[in-house]
Design a protein around this ligand. Sequence first.
Ligand code: FES
Length: 192
Amino acid sequence: MGATKDMHEAEPTRRDFIHILAGTTAVVGAAGVAVPLIHQMNPDASVLALSTKEVDLSALEVGQAIKVMWQGKPVFIRRRTAEEIKSVEETPVSALKDGKARNANVAANDDAEDKNRVIKPDYIVVVGVCTHLGCVPLGTSQGEVRGDFGGWFCPCHGSHYDNAGRIRKGPAPENLQVPKYQFVADTTIRIG
Ligand code: FES
């Protein structure tokens, strides 16, 4: 009797068989679903093109600035004059309201020295969204007020940024963000 019972327990019962069958189907089904999901997670060229933006700066003259849109946000690019570069390079970090670089291209704890805000000193590239409550600061278009530090001015509550996009006066708590970008040619950048 005991031997019969042991043999019976060793063999899969009909119910076990149904469970095994169901489990196999589930694994096959999961594998079948996984492939299209993985495909969807690989961004194709059109998605990558939307997430990055190339900007030709060859027509930008010294002292001029432009605004481009990237991922729905304005990005300011200014070709700085020698005086503007000298002024921001000579500003000690101790004089800044926000001592952090806020630059996606450098380490998070790098300080806000001008060299940590730019790739080439001639060009400052910043996201044009005030770090106070998100207004778009003035100072990019010809003739717009640029604030007490010559960079950008946010009229919403009076925040003044310098020519490295660093907050110098007013309620904004942080420097303008420097987006991830690189030079892909001498005067062409790719943002993103
Ligand atoms: S949103 Fe710019 S100062 Fe308030």
